[in-house]
Design a protein around this ligand. Structure first.
Ligand SMILES: C[S@@+](CC[C@H](N)C(=O)[O-])C[C@H]1O[C@@H](n2cnc3c(N)ncnc32)[C@H](O)[C@@H]1O
Length: 340
């Protein structure tokens, strides 16, 4: 059976997320078609919703126009691709359905029927993301600072990239966004931070307001001393401490000073992570923007020194740059594993 994925604004990240998600679930797949916004995969059985992803906007399933079922006599619809509008109109007429056309957009919407044609295949959208739903979950938690936390979208992506099946650690957990999204995916979570009070309030709130079956363990501590708290962990996903909050683009000297401090912190962290992580380590590397160019923290050297490498994916890029508009820091997202 063929499935269509409409990826969000960061295409490569969306693709890496799909591939990681399928690997974690042991689902075999073949890439049939891949272009800027649309990815078509052949798989035996897939019934996950868009809600399980952070970087996917819509999921479609291959259909024959003749087999489409209408459960209402009045619907709204849109189409993308050639030669299907007339066929669809014929079906509406046959079934006595009053159908109101809306122009196609990749953005999430509330249409009753969306049909996308790619090459010779016709897909019906079966799952659409709901960013407004996230926004509520994001902003109504007890501790929320839009400047500091990773977005729910990115947190979901990082959790999927980790390929964690049972357990995830965030060693710089801040207010716990990554932990929250991992709990909602039925993973046990461990969070470490110098100050766990915000994460504690948020996860307590999450347990009271959502049905969460798994457990969370928060440890007030130092990511540079990981192995003194934990003997092993299946997977790690983190957006680490990235230096002081920058109000404006720093001067070159200031950026270099921050980069040097981060190099020491990340080196200490990776040395400890090597001792405890069994599977993937997903890490967001900061690159500091300056007026003329950028300053990096020497990340690749840290990886080599501590025995980590980027996981190789045949169908996806790794690492991936992620540049938020207006941010003083550019991010590079890595899926890492230990050298054997
Ligand atoms: C970028 S924030 C993490 C944001 C988090 N991923 C979220 O979305 O809520 C970085 C966190 O690292 C913590 N931190 C800084 N140095 C640390 C260290 N050596 N060990 C543990 N946590 C540390 C800070 O207290 C801060 O909460």
């Amino acid at each position: 059976m063929k499935y269509l994925f409409v990826v969000g604004r960061d295409r490569d990240l969306g693709v890496l997320e799909i591939v990681s998600f399928l690997r974690a679930k042991n689902i075999n797949f073949e890439v049939v078609y891949s272009e800027k916004r649309f990815i078509v995969l052949e798989m035996n059985n897939f019934n996950s919703s868009v809600e399980e992803f952070g970087g996917i906007v819509k999921i479609g399933k291959r259909v024959n126009i003749e087999d489409i079922y209408f459960d209402k006599s009045k619907i709204t619809y849109s189409v993308y691709g050639r030669d299907i509008l007339e066929k669809l109109k014929k079906r509406f007429k046959e079934e006595g359905v009053k159908a109101v056309f809306r122009k196609y957009s990749d953005d999430p919407n509330n249409l009753d029927l969306e049909i996308i044609k790619i090459k010779e295949d016709t897909f019906q959208i079966v799952s659409v993301s709901n960013p407004k739903g996230y926004k509520k979950r994001d902003e109504t938690r007890p501790k929320f600072d839009g400047k500091k936390v990773v977005s729910i979208r990115l947190a979901k992506i990082l959790v999927n990239l980790s390929q964690a099946r049972t357990e995830l650690l965030d060693p710089f957990c801040g207010c716990g966004t990554i932990l929250q999204e991992a709990l909602l995916k039925n993973l046990d979570v461990v969070g470490i931070d110098k100050d766990i009070s915000d994460a504690r309030s948020n996860l307590k709130w999450l347990k009271e307001n959502f049905s969460i079956k798994n457990s969370f363990n928060l440890i007030q501590g130092d990511a540079r001393r990981l192995s003194s708290y934990l003997a092993k962990v299946e997977a790690i996903a983190t957006e680490p401490y990235m230096g002081p909050f920058l109000k404006k683009i720093p001067q070159s000297e200031e950026a270099k000073k921050i980069a040097k401090e981060l190099n020491v912190l990340y080196s200490d962290f990776f040395r400890e992570a090597r001792k405890i992580v069994k599977g993937k380590l997903v890490f967001v590397e900061p690159i500091i923007k300056i007026h003329m160019g950028e300053v990096n923290v020497g990340f690749e050297g840290i990886l080599i020194k501590n025995g980590f490498k980027a996981t190789i994916f045949t169908n996806a890029v790794n690492p991936i740059e992620y540049d938020l508009k207006g941010s003083k820091i550019k991010r590079r997202i890595w899926v890492l594993e230990r050298f054997k």
